[in-house]
Ligand binder design. Sequence first.
Ligand SMILES: [Zn+2]
Length: 231
Amino acid sequence: MSLNSIQPQLSSLRTCQTDISTGMDIVSEVALDLIEAQATDDGPGLKKLEQMMLECAKLDQEINCYVESVEQMIAQVRHEPPHAMFKLKDSVKERFAELTAAVSDAEIESHCKVVAFRDSIRKSLQQANQKAVGSVEEELDEDIAVTQSQPNFTCPVSQVEMVNPVKNKKCQHYYDQEAILSLITTKQNNKKKCRCPVVGCGNTDIKPTDLELDLVMRRMIQTHKRQGGKS
Ligand SMILES: [Zn+2]
């Protein structure tokens, strides 16, 4: 076995993680559908979906641990005599067991997708409740409500309506995912930091890890589009 054959295997594990991440987005979407349909959080459905999210987060963490243990052991074996290669598999296994044992429940709970899931659920339930309360007075001040509650769907980078809105955790501003990521890449290629394009924002260094897909916002945009609304 050659050490060089390991890298492609590791990157296919990374692909798995991308799929897990997509899966988690889909679970979140289903949860929001559920809330929209029943407007309550006491059904067993949401609990099950949350459990699925936690399992995905755990799997994601385990892959991280596995990749890390393989990388650490490879780095180590390079500096050792050739016979060290023979125990590579065992030492990876050992290191993996150590790393996974160190993962706490709290770490899984704070997986960014789990946090975003709970956030979306909370926001969506709030919206559903507001709608229920507001429907009585709705007719009276519909116009005011629309102008007040209509958030800005325009991406400050592309100046068009966002498709996949992401929120910057640092400055709370929204951008379209594709537009902001390509802006960051362009800046990086010019060895520059990416400043937040929102006028007056003091955030001068946007990192892809600061960005979080906002599923509730995405649904609002989709609904808005379906209703043929003008922004
Ligand atoms: Zn900003």
